[in-house]
Design a protein around this ligand. Structure first.
Ligand SMILES: *Cc1c(COP(=O)(O)O)cnc(C)c1O
Length: 851
């Protein structure tokens, strides 16, 4: 066809009576408030889907006639008023700060992350980390926490995925038009677009600042794509996790350093700085720089800044940590070091780690430059403690300062509407305020089985239908004939004898072992093809474009899905994203997760499944190590011990198949006269009842507020007071301890008795060669330990010694006078470590000596 096609959007006029639709479209509250979303759906359901569920875009494309009809439709107007009243109430309510214990008049939490997954209309996320950050923002908004988030505006977002007829992942990009996104440029007092800048080797890079409204909180996004930048610099914020190391480093400078500058330009003064994963950790450098350019020395500035910083690490996989090559790092950070009052080498040493071989490890840096750190589940907290133990070299790893806050998911986002409606009918709307009350959720069991099951079945039907549509489109595009497509999707037909549906959807990374079930394909084929008890396996997920083994996994699943014994029984769905995730976690029967222990930090998709009554069958790793309770799903015990990886994979695969054959399938098809299995429903209810009050984002954010934010704010304030008197004193003391420590030694004052009687005190004396340290600088303590049946050493008791002057040879005398708490055989160990009242954690210095 000759001639160029010029796009023209004929934009409707929003009728006066619906004027505030524009306002509703500009607040991501729509991503977790269904009444608001429903208005747009109702306007034009097909257009809603075509616009990628983007209200702002939709308002520009919707037919004038539809808007005029709606403005004259009493039913629509009623819903419109209801949505507005929900919206206004949400914004008007002044929440008390009692629950979070963070006072908005004095405190503000700034949350930095490289990705945010709030809704599919704002594609600036890739997976778990981003969705978690989005959920954190939503819960912060719900709780009325004084909170601001900082990220990057990626026009191309993450890559889009299609899978071709050979099972190759085809990477695509879908650049968004800024006008379509729910973002607004921030302007200064004079109405000009706000700009901040960062220095890169080529000179200054200007950054535009965008604002995203998400309920009560704001997310600010930095964007280098402005005309005053060179074309290379304009591309910095183009794509999430795109480009090379160079691009990654530039992005992280923009996010960290640019992010702090943007908050300052906005007139914000956060008192707590939360760094979510290592990417934004350069913000610490900028905050220190702010102090050193005002005349403070580096060490004391570091104390003040670190005290106000919370760092969350998310991955135990070494490749998941950002490490920058020495030379690259030097070239980029050089311009900032001059202001810090330290040398480049000193800065580099803050990012050193055993795995970085001279490179700058962002995780190591973030740990050294923050005082509160955590992993994201109990197991992961332990793994992170061990993995990062080098930061506190003399401290036994289990005692180092890495804690954990188990992730949770945002219920209003991930609980299917069908369930929340059922709760509204049965429990009244109060259930929304009971998200942290375990007892309350016992009432899940009072829902009659038939009502419960019909909700699940309707979600499952909707999911199967959506999957069928997607997969049909996928195969048609790949050139498959209609007969083939029918064969491949026959199990998804509404009239097929309903199979048990197992979902497996997550990033295709090798440690997640998507292929585990296929270790024994014959056995799996028998299991799936039983005509009386059919089972269907659904797979979805992306592999990072650089992750070739991950892409091989996609091909492997694809090949199985096209082989005769698995055709129509194993289905690989392309384009995993938030919308597909919501479908799957609400619609399947079983959520399968088979990571290599202990590499799954948390695994939030299983939590989403559980709150929807979907039963987890997972390796006891990540959150499931805490969530599994025997009656709410199945736990696969990781095979630890000295076996090689192949053997372990085979054993764990056999165990999953055993559980499927012997437990999952029989329980599900144990339908008896009801047409459904009562024992299955009991398990599904237990899954929901147990997960709901624990693995939700509100509980998570409250935990951060109570155990992390409040402490960080208080501690930073304490160190910064009186022109940082505390910070200076602490820095001075740390310098002194660090130089003295190698000479500190413990010596027995007398023989240690081998036995005491119950009721008697044990008297011990220890002499300390203090190397210039005073008794107040030290704690000397005795540990009482014993071994259990498995030879594991358990701490029974610990008791501090009391300082008792100096002996003739200048040694510090410490005495203990202690009645052992338990009787029986035990062992004693005596140790000393430095002590200062202003430390955030007693082992913060990483120094300890043993007798
Ligand atoms: C929840 C979610 C994830 C994270 O789930 P995992 O269990 O950690 O893999 C990833 N991607 C999407 C789209 C999600 O919704």
């Amino acid at each position: 066809m000759p001639g160029t096609r010029y796009p023209l959007e004929v934009q409707p006029l929003i009728p006066q009576r619906l004027a505030r639709l524009t306002e509703l479209a500009a607040d991501l509250l729509y991503s977790w408030n269904r009444s608001i979303r429903a208005l747009f759906v109702r306007l034009d359901p097909r257009l809603w889907e075509q616009c990628g569920r983007n209200p702002k875009l939709m308002l520009r494309r919707v037919a004038q006639s539809r808007l005029d009809e709606a403005a004259a439709d009493p039913l629509f107007l009623e819903e419109y008023q209801r949505a507005l009243s929900i919206y206004d109430t949400y914004h008007a309510v002044r929440l008390s700060s009692k629950r979070t214990d963070i006072d908005p008049r004095t405190d503000l939490v700034a949350y930095f992350c490289a990705e945010f997954g709030l809704h599919e209309s704002l594609q600036i996320y890739s997976g778990g980390l981003g969705i978690l950050a989005g959920d954190h923002c939503k819960a912060a908004s719900d709780l009325g926490l004084p909170f601001v988030a900082v990220g990057l505006l990626y026009r191309q977002g993450y890559f889009t995925q299609t899978i071709d007829a050979q099972g190759n992942q085809i990477v695509g990009t879908a650049p968004a038009l800024l006008a379509d996104l729910p973002v607004t440029p921030v302007c200064d007092h004079e109405g000009h677009e706000l700009r901040v800048s960062v220095t890169l080797p080529g000179g200054l890079v200007a950054l535009k600042v965008w604002r995203v409204a998400a309920g009560r909180i704001r997310l600010y996004l930095l964007d280098s794509d402005v005309p005053e930048n060179t074309s290379a610099d304009r591309g910095i914020t183009c794509q999430l996790y795109g480009g090379d190391r160079d691009t990654r480093l530039r992005q992280e400078i923009v996010l960290g350093i640019g992010g702090v500058r943007a908050l300052r330009a906005l007139g914000l003064a956060p008192t707590v700085w939360h760094i979510n994963e290592g990417h934004p950790a350069f913000q610490i450098i900028e905050r220190i720089r702010e102090l050193t350019t005002q005349g403070q020395d580096f060490d004391s500035a570091m104390e003040v800044v670190a005290a106000g910083t919370v760092f969350t690490t998310h991955t135990p996989v070494p490749a998941g940590h950002d490490i920058f090559d020495q030379e690259l790092f030097g070239r980029y950070l050089e311009p900032y070091v001059a202001d810090l009052g330290i040398t480049l080498d000193e800065l580099k040493s803050l990012g050193s780690s055993p795995i970085s071989q001279g490179g700058f490890n962002m995780t190591a840096f973030a740990l050294r430059a923050s005082r509160l750190h955590n992993g994201v589940s109990r197991i992961h907290g332990g793994v992170a403690s061990r993995m990062e133990a080098y930061v506190w070299p003399q401290i036994p790893w289990m005692e180092n300062p890495v804690g954990y806050v188990t992730n949770g998911v945002h219920v209003a986002t991930f609980l299917a509407h069908e369930w929340s409606s059922l709760f509204d009918v049965r429990f009244g709307s109060e259930w929304r305020n009971k998200l942290t009350e375990a007892d309350y959720w016992a009432r899940i069991d009072t829902i009659p089985d038939h009502s419960y099951w019909s909700v699940h079945q309707s979600l499952k039907g909707a999911m199967l239908e959506a999957v069928q549509k997607r997969v049909t489109r996928q195969h048609r595009r790949n050139g498959a004939g209609e007969g083939v497509i029918r064969r491949l999707t026959r199990q998804l037909e509404p009239d097929a004898k309903t199979p048990l549906v197992i979902g497996f959807a997550r990033r295709f990374a090798t440690y997640k072992r998507a292929g585990l079930l296929f270790e024994d394909p014959k056995r799996l084929a028998r299991l799936l093809n039983d005509p009386d008890r059919p089972v269907l396996l659904l797979f979805a997920g992306k592999a990072h474009p650089h992750d070739h083994p991950g892409q091989n996994l996609i091909r492997l699943i694809h090949e199985f899905s096209r082989s005769p014994e698995f055709e129509g029984k194993v289905i690989l769905i392309e384009g995993y994203d938030l919308a597909l995730a919501r479908r799957l976690v609400t619609g399947v029967d079983v959520w399968l997760n088979t990571p290599e222990y202990p590499l799954e930090a948390s695994g939030t998709s299983g939590q989403k499944a559980a709150i929807n009554g979907v039963v987890n069958l997972s390796v006891l790793d990540g959150w499931w190590g805490e969530g599994y309770a025997g009656d709410n799903g199945w736990g696969i015990c990781p095979h630890k011990g000295p076996i090689d990886n192949d053997q372990r994979t085979r054993e764990e695969s056999a165990e999953v198949l055993d559980i499927l054959e012997q437990q999952v399938v029989p329980l599900y098809f144990n339908a008896a006269e009801h047409g459904y299995s009562r024992s299955w429903i009991a398990m599904s209810k237990a899954a929901m009842r147990r997960a709901m009050p624990v693995f939700n984002a509100e509980r998570m954010v409250l935990e951060y507020a109570r155990d992390y934010y409040r402490k960080a704010a208080g501690h930073a304030r304490q160190l910064a007071a009186d022109e940082a008197a505390g910070g200076r004193a602490l820095a001075r003391w740390k310098r002194q301890v660090s130089s003295a420590w190698s000479g500190v030694r413990l010596e027995r004052g007398q023989d240690i008795p081998e036995a005491v009687k119950v009721g008697e005190s044990l008297h011990l004396t220890v002499l300390v060669h203090g190397n210039g340290l005073r008794p107040d600088d030290l704690i000397v303590e005795c540990l009482f330990e014993s071994s259990d049946d498995l030879g594991e050493v358990l701490l029974r008791d610990q008791a501090p010694f009391v300082a008792d002057g100096v002996d003739g040879e200048g040694r510090l005398v410490f005495r203990l006078d202690h009645e052992p708490r338990t009787s029986g055989f035990q062992t004693l160990r005596i140790r000393a470590y430095p002590y200062h009242a202003l430390l955030a954690h007693r082992f913060e210095l990483g120094c300890m000596v043993w007798l």
